[in-house]
Design a protein around this ligand. Structure first.
Ligand SMILES: [Zn+2]
Length: 437
């Protein structure tokens, strides 16, 4: 992978050609403001080949605690307050997560048409002539203000570049300047908030201070040809109800907008002569699969939550924390004596809770408990994970994910290819940033 000269040259040429082909010329709607970038509708998801093996995996209860969204930033450790950027990625610390979910969020805002589809360039220097280091989506994307001055402020965020953004820096943690006049504080929904962790591919529903329910999701799956499929991390506000949309041979229902073309929606229905329906996409939940949107499970958790519930109960400005799967983050094993459940008469799935919608809507079936440590022994070794109630992964599956994310592992050839593809000379695909020890 780390070869040189000729190959780099060919790749660069390839990138330049591709970039030239892919960047359509659009009339900007706000031509008088030169840092505003408008780009095309990206609501759709193309058909996508699913990998033979999961590259992320369905996952578990805890996250490795020493990583924050600001990991590796030159400003790391300088902000004494608790906020999205300084919050350890530990879903079990409910009080800290809830504090962040409900505190005010700083977004960029201006008098733009279609503001939620407008992006502002983050500059290397305090000048509109200065080079762009990344882009921020207006109204919905939170930014970390590092220095606030009268005209320009230094901010930090993950660049929300899409394939056709003016500055191409896909999902890289950036620091740079925006005009202070665009900064605005918004008070988010105080009753409910969401966390989505790319490492575990799960969505955690917080309600009035507590982790209330856990759902399986699929975030973006990047590849060498489409590195921009990676779902952009950061903190966001869920705003507009977009509803249903069609994309190629799929229908994606009940979508909510959180980052321009990146939407939260129900796992897609596929039209196909041979395999129509939800099955294939539902099986992929818990692993990466989309083109950048976040697919959420349709099946109901024991708490009665699914994408339909989220859509029906949506209140504008609900906060979503989206955690990056920084290399080095690891999923710990659940305690051996923690409980999982099974149905002695069916011996099909293992479950996270005593009742499950898997066995009908009445929730009257009481399941039998076993210890997590017994899962790999007979007769439980053949039980598979229930697709409704997000039980923990088996140890072997956790090992597989952790190996992929271990520091120094030459992990994930898909993402390695994506790095080489990146047409920018300076900022690189973020997965490299912290491979430097
Ligand atoms: Zn279940």
């Amino acid at each position: 992978m780390k070869r040189t000269g000729t190959r780099t040259g060919i790749l660069l040429l390839f990138c330049v050609l591709l970039t030239a082909l892919q960047l359509p010329v659009f009339a900007e709607e706000e031509p008088e403001i030169d840092e505003v970038v408008e780009y095309i509708e990206l609501d759709g998801e193309d058909d996508i080949a699913f990998p033979a093996e999961d590259i992320s995996g369905n996952a578990v209860l805890l996250s490795y605690q020493s990583f924050t969204p600001q990991w590796g930033s030159p400003y790391e450790g300088q902000d004494p307050t608790l906020n999205y950027w300084t919050l350890p990625m530990d879903i079990t610390d409910e009080a800290a997560v809830w504090q962040v979910l409900t505190q005010p969020i700083t977004v960029l805002s201006g008098n733009f048409k279609r503001a939620e589809r407008t992006q502002i360039t983050v500059r290397a220097e305090k000048s509109l002539d200065s080079e762009g280091v990344g882009v921020v989506t207006c109204e919905t994307q939170g930014v970390h203000v590092l220095e606030r001055e009268k005209d320009w402020s230094l901010i930090e965020c993950y660049s929300s570049s899409f394939h056709d953004s003016k500055v191409v820096n896909w999902n890289v943690l950036i620091q740079g300047y925006v005009q202070t006049k665009y900064l605005k504080e918004v008070k988010p929904n105080q009753k409910i908030g969401f966390v989505i962790d790319k490492l575990t591919q799960r969505m955690y529903i917080f309600r009035e201070g507590k982790l209330f329910s856990t759902l399986l999701v699929s975030t973006g799956l990047s590849n060498a040809r489409q590195p921009y499929n990676e779902t952009r991390s950061g903190e966001f506000l869920l705003t507009t109800r977009v509803g249903d949309f069609k994309s190629d041979n799929m229908t994606c229902r009940i979508a909510l907008r959180f980052n321009s073309g990146d939407l939260l929606h129900e796992v897609p229905y596929v039209y196909s002569r041979t395999d129509a329906g939800y099955r294939k996409q539902e099986e992929a939940l818990g692993t990466r699969a989309s083109h950048g949107c976040i697919r959420v499970q349709r099946k109901m958790t024991p708490e009665g939550i699914n994408m339909q519930w989220i859509y029906d109960h949506h209140a504008k400005n609900t906060r979503l924390l989206l955690w990056e799967d920084w290399q080095g983050r690891q999923i710990p094993y659940p305690a051996d004596d923690s409980k999982v459940y099974y149905h002695p008469g069916k011996m099909e799935y293992y479950h996270s809770q005593e009742t499950c919608y898997c066995y009908g809507k009445t929730l009257k079936t009481r399941l039998e408990p076993i210890r997590y440590g017994e899962l790999d022994t007979e007769p439980y070794a053949s039980l598979t994970r229930c697709p409704y109630c997000a039980p923990p992964l088996r140890k072997a599956e956790i090992d597989e994910i952790n190996e992929l994310h271990a520091v120094g592992s030459d992990h994930d050839p898909v993402l390695t290819e994506a790095r080489e593809y990146c047409p920018m000379d300076g900022p690189t695909f973020q997965k490299t940033i912290w491979k430097k020890k």
